[in-house]
Design a protein around this ligand. Sequence first.
Ligand code: SF4
Length: 975
Amino acid sequence: MLKLFTSEPIHDPLAPPVPGAATEIKTTTCYMCACRCGIRVHLRDGALRYIDGNPAHPINKGVICAKGASGIMKQASPARLTRPLLRKAGSERGAGEFEPISWERAFDILEQRLATIRATDPKRFAFFTGRDQMQALTGLFAKNFGTPNYAAHGGFCSVNMAAGMIYTIGGSFWEFGGPDLDRAKLFVMIGTAEDHHSNPLKIAIGEFKRRGGRFVSINPVRTGYSAIADEWIPIRPGTDGALFMALMHVLIAEDRIDRAFLKRFTNAPQLVVLAPGSEREGMFAHDPDPAKGPPGDGREPHNKLVFDTVSGQVMAAYPEGIAEGRDPALEGRFALADGTPVAPSFQLLKDRVASCTPAWAEAITGIAATRIVALARELGETALEQAFEVPIAWTDAWGHRHATTQARPVAFHAMRGLAAHSNGFQTVRALAVLMSLLGTIDAPGGFRHKAPYPRHIVPNFRAFNSPDMIRPNTPLNAAPLGFPASPAELAIHDDGTPMRIDHAFSWEAPLSAHGLMHTVITNATRGDPYRIDTLMIFMANMAWNSTMNTMAVREMLNARHADGEHQIPFLVVCDAFQSEMVAFADLVLPDTTYLERHDVMSMLDRPISEFEGPADSVRVPVVPPLGECKPFQDVLVELASRLKLPAFTNADGTRKFKDYPDFVVNFESAPGVGFLMGWRGADGSQHLRGAPNPEQWQRYAENNCAFTYHLPESMQYMRNWNREYLDFAKDKGWRQKNDVVQLALYSDTLQSFRLAAQGKTAGRQPPEHLRERIATYFDPLPFWYPPLEDAAIDTKSFPLNAITQRPMAMYHSWDSQNAWLRQIHSHNTLQVSPRTAARAGIADGGWCWVESAWGRVRCQVRYSEAVEPGTVWTWNAIGKADGAWQLAPGADESRKGFLLNHLISDVLPHAGGAISNSDPVTGQAGWYDVRVRLRPAQAEREEQTSPQVAPTPAPPGVRGSSGRAIAYFATRGKR
Ligand code: SF4
């Protein structure tokens, strides 16, 4: 049965057992989403039969979800690419016309092109990757190549969440920290869909609810987690920051805050210089003697000052200010010995939230003021009056022994719903400050860090920022990504222009710790700030669901100069599947699936650490690669070796690593610190730190592909200030210093940018057209402002917010071609409150035009009471371009599915020009800012979404229907 589009199943789980067939179970790590659950893959005669959860795995303890169990259909996908492909000479990008080539030819093409770029101007190579889990390798490649033009997906995902939290408390949610539901009594989830920390969080919520915990979900949409919450509080998108400010207003006004915690563990009592016009205005006052005080937490000295209410004197914050008998002021206004006016930063926060009343927030969020007051009281009462002591002794950074650990049983969890707005950084800052006021940071029952977090504030990773160090055949002198602490660390030229193609770490987005992947194609097409030669994209569907303004970006990918040369001269795409992006490539590199390759979830990158200690894990191949597919990691190690990049090359010029597994075992970022921390040392007897062990992969494979290290209880809490933990973390190479991580309620880092924008400091200053933007948004205290799109459009004409989320049953855009998961979601509809839809004259099941200031889409409407009435929403990345992914012509995904991306502009007007539609602090893409209106579609139109695109042909070697037959027969032991 080799005919196209057969109705026969791709995989037949009910096929009778084959007598005498050899069965086998192999363990590895799931990658149907990014949660990294352990799985058992069941094989018969080497062919996949089914996948279940690994009961012995620390993350999921045997639980598996619909996605994880459907991995077998990803493996059997007809959309698998199987051969390297070269665009046919003379064909258009996007037409999908390719000729198959050998890997040797593909490597030759790449080696020749990249060697020339590297020998002349390395920044003309841009390397951007999607939701991969190997940024330690890709970043190392870029750094050694010598290009600053590198980033992964974080800029269009949740960098606001990461940066907003890390710049405030030294850690963030998900891989880096999360809610301690074992001891929490109240759990507040905000802006979180189903796709983050999926199984582990579901397990934890289940147990939390069984123990009687109360779960409140704040979200514009009541799906997934919100549907099982004890209470759903609908909120207008982009207004969470206003809610947090009002909650702080009530908590401070009613004195429901943890004052002892604020005084000892945060910068709340530290004195801020108020002298207007001074270049220290808004910065912390320092003791002039740099030798005084403990070491700084990052790049700033730490000898800040407090006002002691007992002695009535200004003194060093540490150790004098916290000595026995001292009581640093949180409120008031004081003067230094030279008369400089100062105030504790908490006083400034108190002043800031004074006007953020619940009534003010009600008008913005749509949440009744009375509900906001009640929620604030519940937070304060649970954190303070239901607090309890856990009998775990620990020693703080100043040598004080605490006989117990204070529990603060209010736990929060938040994610992209907060982050993916142009006001997301300050919103996330507001949440982190709110959590700090309650003392619920790395406390039992509250937010808890996961190693290697907490980091310093600001983390001791500076992004590359020396334009004169972009030199032929020379590695960069710093990693391309990092955390700037002041304008001096921006990646800009002397005239203020960006050094990077995505404008990351420039005045447009100074704290863009994850880069701005969503700006690369637009900027490269415009040659802004310069022209590049080769753009390599890994695992990112930039021609469809991973880009704003999708149709325009598809045109940009094919845009040419007058002489016919493409604006982006060479485009390399690496993916395992025939995504929409593949059709635009000049060179296609077929990747493996997660079941066919080695991977590491490393402490150098994104480990699987738990609250109790560091953990990492691996994937090992359970089936051989399909066709000529090659793991992208191996491709990078091969390319790096051919290009003789220093980290991959011995002194005599020979290659250092045979392949990626060899690289993982033998690469050391510092003596004894490698990608994997389990079973190190020549004989595998050392953990965390030790010499490379040639049998390390084997040890992981024998141990459920995971390694967990349990810290002693005395090191499991209060890690920002825990002397034992800080020393241990430094010793193991997770931190560069062992100094304390004081919470930054007030951010003098942000203030340093603002002072530059106000022209008050002598160093770098932003260009005129960005001065006001920096001065406004780099506020050292959190604040709420409307998403930036609101100022660019007439909000009365576009009264509704439009947002998307990923469904529980799908994660990557890959999943829409998964035969099992397609049966759950084959297309998406626009979910609208019945009142809102009826007002627009649209019936349940009717078709409508959704219009924004930037574009329009045609789609079907479904009524839903589970959405805030001013919001419409849909599932993301289910709509597909016709012909992509080997879906049948006219498949639901292309005819009935749609993308909201067409409505979202990639740029916003700014100062007579345009600027990326991103958060002005971090460059996070403002996905959820778009405003829309609804209009009924004409009844006579056929029931099909708009826009549609011309189908592309199947590339050579795509598995297609013959692959179906192969997989089908394989289940019957006829391979
Ligand atoms: S939650 Fe994610 S990683 Fe875990 S089984 Fe499901 S898809 Fe796999």
